[in-house]
Design a protein around this ligand. Structure first.
Ligand code: PMP
Ligand code: GLU
Length: 403
């Protein structure tokens, strides 16, 4: 006899949580590939390069040296010293090793932060487009998102006036990424100064700067908001190895934070994952050392691909683009195609268009709705030039067949 439960088995928390749209598209494209289709996946944001050799050597050595035990919860001290040095060297900010927590990817760093900073009723300001997991994590922590709109015409960047207008007495956190996932936008020093001047007037707000794409920045240089004196002791800088060092599977993220926040996140992590992998941590010390040559080479390759993507997308009527300044994403506006027909079916949203492109052209992208902008789609160009050309040719044909 079937047992009828009076309450759902699963928690409200998980039932109400949105699935990660980036991971969902990656899974859909893997499933289509498994059926034998030639799918080009420009959905998942991860470098297509291999981890640099000197980092792999360090990991192998760590295994041989028996780094096989639990590590301190916030990470090995010598790794936190290396990160402290990195923050000084690259970002000109001072975070002592006690202010650093290493986690299982920057995703966990962010989850720790949201769970440690937010109560019910608190608001987090997110400029649109934002990375998909920010929204899910804020909601999981019981808080709400207060988003600020932008568009392709303003390079997807907010102004100081927009920020000022969005702030209210419930605002607890301002969270943004620069270079931005999904738009590739980079906030320049003057723009960050203008935002910081506004934030300085509201001391209850903690600024969380996600700089995981720091090394994939095509402007004159990366500038960290934590450098600005008006925000002293209020900025958490999040970073990780996934993007700049092609180490997505190794799972290491970290943050520099005011001491009370660092201690809280370490306590939280102590109840969830204890710490990230010991071998990855040993390799991270080497990754964050002074040999950044492979990282610079990857950046150059991404820069060339960006030029290629701009050229190919500029040649597609109806697709509106800007010039992204970093990361390996471009976030074109496809709203001109909404209302067109594929055969007898009306394309009612960019979401639907994204699925149509996947199912007919076998090109996987991520619809913008998950990033807060339902008019755009994210294209990850962390792929070979050959695949990018083929994918864009297929997409162009697919779009031109809409009537
Ligand atoms: N922040 C941003 C903006 C990202 O794009 C990602 C992953 N792509 C992360 C954080 C998390 O990275 P990871 O967990 O791999 O360190
Ligand atoms: N962050 C990457 C992306 O945006 C990887 C997938 C994920 O963690 O969401 O595609």
């Amino acid at each position: 006899m079937e047992t009828v439960l009076s309450k759902p088995r699963l928690s409200k928390r998980i039932l109400e949580m949105k699935e990660s749209s980036t991971l969902k598209m990656a899974a859909l494209s893997r499933a289509l590939k498994a059926e034998g289709h030639n799918v080009i996946s420009l959905s998942l944001g991860e470098p297509d390069f291999d981890t640099p050799e000197h980092i792999k050597v360090a990991a192998k050595q760590a295994i041989d040296d028996n780094f096989s035990h639990y590590t301190p919860v916030p990470g090995y001290l010598d790794l936190r010293e290396a990160i402290s040095h990195k923050f000084k060297r690259d970002n000109k900010v001072d975070y002592s090793p006690a202010q650093i927590v290493v986690s299982t990817g920057a995703k966990q760093t962010l989850a720790n932060l949201m769970l440690c900073l937010l109560n019910e009723g608190d608001e987090v300001i997110l400029p649109i487009p934002y990375w998909v997991s920010y929204e899910a994590q804020v909601i999981l922590a019981g808080a709400t998102v207060n988003s600020i709109p932008t568009s392709v015409d303003t390079d997807f960047k907010i102004t100081a006036a927009q920020l000022e207008e969005a702030i209210n007495e419930n605002t607890k956190v301002f969270l943004f990424s620069s270079p931005c996932n999904p738009s590739g936008s980079v906030y320049l020093k003057e723009e960050l100064e203008a935002l910081a001047d506004v934030l300085a007037k509201h001391p209850q707000i903690v600024v969380v700067a996600d700089e995981i794409y720091e090394h994939i920045n095509f402007t004159d240089g990366h500038f960290s908001i934590a450098q600005l004196p008006q925000l002293k002791d209020r900025v958490v800088t999040v970073n990780g190895l996934s993007k700049g060092f092609a180490m997505t599977g190794w799972r290491l993220g970290y943050m520099g934070a005011p001491l009370d926040i660092a201690k809280a996140c370490s306590k939280m992590q102590g109840q969830f994952t204890s710490a990230t992998c010991s071998i990855t941590q040993r390799a991270a010390i080497v990754a964050l050392g002074d040999n950044l040559e492979p990282t610079f080479k990857m950046k150059e390759a991404f820069k060339q691909r960006r030029a290629l993507m701009i050229e190919l997308l500029s040649d597609m009527p109806g697709v509106k683009i800007n010039e992204p300044e970093g990361a390996f994403y471009i976030f074109p506006d496809f709203s001109a195609f909404v209302g067109k027909k594929a055969g007898d079916t009306v394309i009612e949203s960019v979401d639907q268009l994204c699925m149509h492109i996947l199912n007919t052209a076998h090109v996987a992208l991520v619809a913008g709705a998950g990033f807060g902008n339902p008019e755009c789609m994210r294209i990850s160009y962390a792929n070979s030039e050959e695949n990018l050309r083929e994918a864009m040719a297929r997409m162009k044909k697919c779009l031109s067949e809409l009537s």
